[in-house]
Design a protein around this ligand. Structure first.
Ligand SMILES: Nc1ncnc2c1ncn2[C@@H]1O[C@H](COP(=O)(O)OP(=O)(O)OP(=O)(O)O)[C@@H](O)[C@H]1O
Ligand SMILES: [Mg+2]
Length: 233
């Protein structure tokens, strides 16, 4: 569904990703693991056109997207939730959802506020509250919800479990599994291997902008060099 081929990208003259290859299959949750500064977020930003690749290709549903503007990439059905939750703090929960609304895609159920609230019941109780007054966890849920309102077919999540209380982490894990059941493909960055193990079908380990491992979570866990060397667990 989404394929990254020999991607090189960075900031200014600093290259951060070196010939990175990655595949995201339809209906699958794939996790990018790696230490701080490995290049996980830069990979997601490159897919969204927020970082310009210097070489390589990004192909979505058979079409090159690596030179498209971010808004055009989003319109093709890629939904992105950055690490810093981009919600409108002055607007209410309902208004934030409304801002995220985009036309539905053919043959898949449309995301509505009610459908979002069944996924995140916490938000339902706060629908007319200003987003600034939500807890960190609720703001994270709102950021994901707003992206869902755009009816994406692929969801890119940057560290969805980060900074959440354990109960909320568990809720987030269940939600991601539920989203996968609806047919969404999910690519997420994580530093929390337990969370990754809970939600992901496949994993990539990135170190200094290169893929050190790509495969199942079980395969990753069986490799003690990888576990000890590249993951902070
Ligand atoms: N806007 C930027 N300008 C310059 N360098 C950046 C910028 N954003 C990230 N970098 C650098 O690119 C490298 C990769 O950063 P990136 O954010 O992709 O890592 P990450 O794997 O997501 O790390 P973390 O786990 O801390 O979120 C780091 O060396 C970082 O300092
Ligand atoms: Mg990051």
């Amino acid at each position: 569904m989404l394929e990254i081929r020999r991607l090189r990208a960075g900031y200014g003259r600093a290259t951060v990703l070196f010939d990175l290859d990655l595949v995201l299959n339809a209906g699958e949750v794939t996790v990018l693991l790696g230490r701080n500064g490995a290049g996980k977020s830069t990979t997601l930003k490159s897919v969204m056109g927020l970082v310009q690749p210097t070489s390589g290709e990004i192909v979505f549903e058979g079409k090159r997207i690596d030179s498209l503007a971010p808004y055009r990439i989003a319109r093709l059905g890629l939904g992105y939730v950055p690490e810093e939750r981009r919600i409108f703090t002055d607007l209410t929960v309902d208004q934030n959802l409304e801002v995220g609304r985009r036309p539905p895609r053919p043959d898949v159920p449309e995301w509505t506020a009610d459908r979002v609230f069944s996924l995140f019941p916490h938000l339902a109780a706060a629908r007319s509250r200003a987003a600034a007054r939500l807890s960190g966890g609720e703001q994270k849920m709102l950021a994901i919800s707003r992206t869902l309102m755009g009816n994406p077919s692929v969801l890119l999540l940057d560290e969805p479990s980060e900074g959440l209380a354990p109960l909320i982490v568990e809720h987030m894990a269940r939600t991601i599994i539920e989203l996968k059941r609806t047919g969404l493909a999910v690519l997420l960055c994580e530093q929390n291997l337990r969370f990754a193990r809970r939600v992901a079908d496949r994993a990539y380990v990135i170190e200094t902008g290169q893929v050190r491992y790509g495969g199942t979570l079980a395969g990753l866990e069986a490799d003690s060099t990888l576990r000890g060397g590249y993951l902070s667990i």
